[in-house]
Design a protein around this ligand. Structure first.
Ligand code: XMP
Length: 521
């Protein structure tokens, strides 16, 4: 394992940008180890002790002249280590080396065309044949005077110093964000910085990532006991397996069946985690308790709260039975952290009370173990495969905490759940059969609280409507409906109506998000 302290790495100095973790992610994708350190903690003595081949200074919400609000240790610029400043990092690098930064009259937000002025190692293969490229900007201030011995590599209409460099010292500044996907060929620029300028070698694989996380879990929890709420979804499954590898029998997973899971889900989870992976697992069948609490409740928010609270109550009931538990493991991902903290500090409007195990720790006084909190969903999926979890578990579509209850608008009954489980099963199976499942970000069936008239075998029917939803998305924040062909629509509609009693009409949801949300409630 290559996890020694002397592993060569890229140091990312974080000035509070919402994209700092994206920089780390891109570097991981390029097969290189990096470490993020807050600007408050950067110390040149510490840097010398490590094998740091390059420094990237992130963007951030501050102004370079508010020096009381951030810390920048200028000595790190005298260590002969290549430096790349991004956005705010570009501005602070310029200012510290004798340049000037001012508030721009023409702020640049979103896609901006930039033009090459001179060659640079940093921008090899970055510009098109016309020496132009589209990059993603987000800044109000800009560098107005370059430091001595710098040259301009590229400019935009509104900022003359978009890319600058001091080739001899290996200092580079870019006003835009190469780490976001909107910047065309942003990764090419980062690759040039890593391999042509810092001359670092590839040293980071998924296996290294896995071993590092296992090592960190061991260090954090020692010989203490950990509990983990297992839902069978991708994130909690990967967390459970990571902890299983790290601490084995000191992990206990609690799997609460709220009766709102998909068909066969309970047996699949028990089979994988208890039988195959031999994880300590407490299975709680709480179907009756949930359905009782949901009786006659039709308000979406009330449903969500009831399910969330009962989940916590049951989880606590069983967690208390395990002696000496000190930690609670959760599958928090990096996007969850960004969404739960408002980056700008402004209040965001509450659309739905999302439910996961998040409410537990304060009351239970447990410390959190969140090994995935700096990873993105697709990275977690790859990590799951590296941990020998089956592709079936890893590629599952997201499933909400309140489960099928929010796919049955209105009052939830045993009968409706049963009908819905079957409809969903037919839909998902058909998607798998036609190799569509992995092309779709999330798909499900819902049961609408409306009955309509139909005719089957010369008889009048009066049954529920089944709504099918299938969307494409990158992160669930925005979504578009998936375009099925007519044949698929016909097949699935027939299968559902012919096989499931209680449904006589199938409709397809063709709204995007926004204005709709992915779930119905
Ligand atoms: P919406 O409906 O808000 O859904 O567009 C976005 C994504 O979040 C999932 N979702 C939830 N996940 N607990 C969860 O863990 C919840 O309460 C919850 N509500 C929605 C939804 O399935 C979609 O993937």
């Amino acid at each position: 394992m290559s996890l020694n302290n002397n592993l060569s790495k890229i140091l990312i100095i974080d000035f509070g940008s919402q994209f700092t973790q994206l920089i780390a992610r891109r570097i991981r994708e390029l097969g290189v180890f990096s470490e993020i350190v807050s600007h408050k903690k950067v110390n040149e003595k510490n840097i010398i002790k490590q094998n740091i081949k390059g420094i990237i200074m992130s963007g951030g919400p501050l102004n370079v002249y508010e020096s009381n609000k951030f810390n920048f240790n200028k000595k790190i610029l005298q260590l002969n280590i290549p430096v790349l400043g991004i956005c705010f990092g570009h501005q602070i690098l310029s200012k510290e080396l004798g340049g000037k930064v001012k508030t721009s009259n023409h702020r640049e937000f979103g896609l901006v065309e930039i033009k090459k002025i001179s060659n640079s190692l940093l921008t090899k293969n970055f510009f098109d044949k016309k020496n132009k490229n589209n990059v993603w900007m987000s800044h109000a201030d800009q560098v107005s005077k370059m430091p001595k011995n710098f040259k301009v590599v590229a400019l935009s209409k509104n900022s003359k110093l978009t890319i600058i460099e001091n080739h001899n010292k290996k200092f580079y500044g870019v006003q835009f964000h190469p780490e976001v996907t909107h910047t065309n060929k942003g990764k090419v620029l980062l690759r040039n910085f890593l391999f042509s300028i810092c001359k670092i070698k590839r040293n980071w694989t998924l296996k290294d990532q896995k071993l590092k996380l296992i090592k960190e879990i061991k260090e954090q929890v020692g010989k203490n006991k950990v509990i983990c709420g297992l839902s069978g979804g991708v994130d909690s499954s990967v967390v459970a397996q990571l902890l299983n590898k790290a601490i084995g029998k000191n992990l206990t997973c609690i799997f609460v069946n709220n009766g709102l899971l998909r068909k066969n889900e309970v047996s699949e989870v028990l089979n994988t985690f208890k039988k195959k992976l031999k994880i300590n697992l407490i299975y709680v069948n709480a179907e009756k308790e949930f359905i009782k609490k949901l009786k006659n409740i039709s308000d979406p928010e009330k449903k969500r709260k009831i399910i969330g609270n009962l989940f916590i109550k049951i989880f606590e009931r069983y967690a208390h039975k395990i002696k000496n538990v000190k930690f609670l493991a959760q599958g928090t991902l990096y996007p969850d952290l960004i969404e739960s903290k408002s980056v700008t500090g402004s209040q965001t409007s509450k659309i739905k009370s999302h439910h996961n195990v998040g409410g537990l720790p304060k009351r239970m006084k447990l410390k959190l173990v969140e090994p995935l909190k700096f990873l993105f969903k697709d990275e977690v999926r790859k990590l799951g495969l590296e941990l020998n979890l089956s592709k079936n578990i890893i590629s599952r579509h997201p499933f909400p905490g309140p489960g099928l209850a929010i796919r049955i608008p209105g009052i939830v009954t045993d009968k409706k759940i049963k009908i819905l489980k079957e409809a969903d099963y037919y839909f998902i199976n058909e998607l798998r059969k036609l190799n569509l499942y992995d092309k779709i970000w999330q798909a499900y069936a819902a049961l609408l609280p409306v009955k309509t008239v139909g005719v089957m075998g010369d008889n009048r029917t009066y049954e529920h409507i089944c709504l099918l939803r299938a969307i494409t998305s990158e992160d669930g924040m925005t979504a578009d409906f998936f375009n099925f062909d007519k044949k698929f629509m016909q097949t699935i509609s027939n299968k559902i109506i012919n096989n499931i009693r209680g449904i006589n009409r199938v409709v397809y949801d063709i709204t995007s998000k926004p204005p709709s949300t992915i779930e119905l409630e």
